[in-house]
Write a protein that binds this ligand. Structure first.
Ligand code: C5P
Length: 432
């Protein structure tokens, strides 16, 4: 997606560099348009180096390419972060005295403002009126966070974390894309005919691996990269589904390139909360994330020290573990009969003396009771972090197993959605 990142002149401009990286490392093409004041905080070389493109704040640079019109016209998403009180006022009035304000007037794509300023400026009736004007025209203005401001003072006016801004902006773009698709092809039949076989379906995909905190700096984690889950979310979005990705500790390089709603969860308990919130209105839930079966029984509020007074230097602490809830099994247990979601589980198996990967996976399908189990063979050099995968698709309703791969995680995702589509065909969706 072509993203324009507008940066106006506030101290939080430095955080926009992290936002730029989040967008560009997840595959978006980012053009940075700073205001002259923003360049007082973070210079043009930083923006040019991080975006790989020349940077200007005035309308007189590279005039032959008419940037004051072209950048806005070509944008698919404009995000202004930080948006100062001055920038919001100019945008509300429709001023166009530099490249960013001109871009805001020519953009016809979703526009997201992330304001950051001192509390007094944010709460001033002039700023609030400008925000209301921008919202009434369809712009998305994110409420600033509360917390420490530039000096010693605290209050509302802080720029939200870059990852939260990126997630909200991509969700806004995804909603706009869905609305455009629906306007072009109303009705499921028309949508299917346009190659959007998942249009009208709300799907939730979990991706990544949980981290179970032990103390403020340590956790018990696993080697899941989240690539397969992100591929599943991207394919679902490309086929027209309304996708929510529940991201567990994803590296920025793995984040989805397609526009979609994203929520984050760190530990298994946070994931359980997120899934129960999101799954209640879903047609399909794909539990691709690797969830820790156990978590430390006690969380140490302070870092656990290597040595304790009175304890011999060689003594090692014993970490007691407790079971995490099985989220997938819980979803299956909770579902009703009417319009219940199709539930897809994943099984990462190594095979052992008690059975082969397929035998263990069949037993797991029976135990978990999900509709489809995607089983893959894992080992230190297989699957985790790789771009390819081999999986077996096992169905609860007695359809024959299917083996997919070795192939890319994208093709595996396509095969999983083909299988899900066959299963959803017989069910009502949760469309109102
Ligand atoms: O039992 P196992 O961990 O192999 O099952 C894997 C499947 O169960 C995956 O779909 C995973 O997301 C899900 N799971 C879960 N809650 C757990 C453990 C696994 O939802 N506590």
């Amino acid at each position: 997606m072509r993203v324009v990142l507008g940066v106006s002149g506030g101290i939080a401009a430095y955080k926009a560099a992290a936002l730029l990286r989040l967008f560009s490392e997840s595959g978006h093409d980012v053009t940075v348009v700073p205001t002259a004041a923003a360049l007082e905080f973070v210079g043009a070389p930083t923006w040019a180096a991080l975006s790989g493109k020349p940077v200007a704040s005035d309308v007189w640079t590279a005039v032959d390419r008419v940037p004051h019109v072209r950048i806005g016209q070509e944008a698919e998403l404009v995000v202004v972060a930080p948006a100062t009180a001055d920038l919001l006022a100019k945008a509300a009035c429709g001023l166009a005295d530099d490249l960013l304000t001109a871009t805001l007037l020519t953009a016809r794509c979703p526009v997201v403002f992330a304001p950051a300023m001192h509390t007094e400026m944010w709460l001033h009736p002039a700023t609030q009126a400008n925000v209301a004007t921008l919202r009434s025209r369809g712009a998305h203005v994110i409420d600033p966070a509360s917390g420490r401001l530039t000096g010693a003072d605290t209050g509302p006016g802080r720029l939200p974390e870059p990852a939260d801004i990126a997630a909200e902006a991509l969700a806004v773009a995804a909603a706009a894309q869905r609305a455009a698709t629906a306007a072009e092809a109303p009705g499921a039949a028309a949508e299917n005919a346009t190659g959007m076989p998942l249009a009208g379906l709300r799907v939730v995909v979990t991706a990544g691996g949980t981290r179970e905190p032990l103390d403020p700096v340590r956790f018990l984690g696993n080697r899941s990269s989240g690539k397969q889950g992100v591929a599943l979310a991207e394919v679902a979005a490309s086929r027209g589904a309304d996708v929510t990705l529940v991201a567990c500790n994803l590296d920025a390089s793995v984040l989805p390139r397609a526009a979609m709603r994203m929520v984050t969860a760190g530990s298994a308990l946070e994931l359980a909360d997120a899934v129960s919130r999101e799954a209640s209105s879903a047609d399909v839930v794909v539990m691709c994330a690797a969830v820790a079966d156990f978590r430390p029984k006690h969380y140490a509020a302070a870092k656990i020290k290597k040595t304790h007074r009175g304890v011999d230097d060689d003594a090692a602490p014993v970490v007691e573990l407790v079971r995490n809830p099985d989220i997938l099994a819980g979803l299956v247990a909770d579902r009703g009969t009417e319009a219940s979601p199709v539930i897809v589980g994943f099984a990462a198996e190594t095979g052992d003396a008690s059975g082969s990967v397929l035998e263990l996976s069949r037993a797991k399908l029976a135990r978990k009771g999900c509709d489809l189990l995607v089983a893959n063979e894992v080992g230190s050099d297989l699957t985790f972090g790789a771009d390819t995968n081999t999986v077996h698709l096992l169905f609860r309703d007695g359809r024959p197993d299917r083996t997919v791969g070795p192939t890319t995680k994208r093709r595996v995702a396509e095969a999983v959605w083909d299988a899900v589509l066959a299963l959803t065909g017989a069910r009502p969706t949760r469309k109102d």
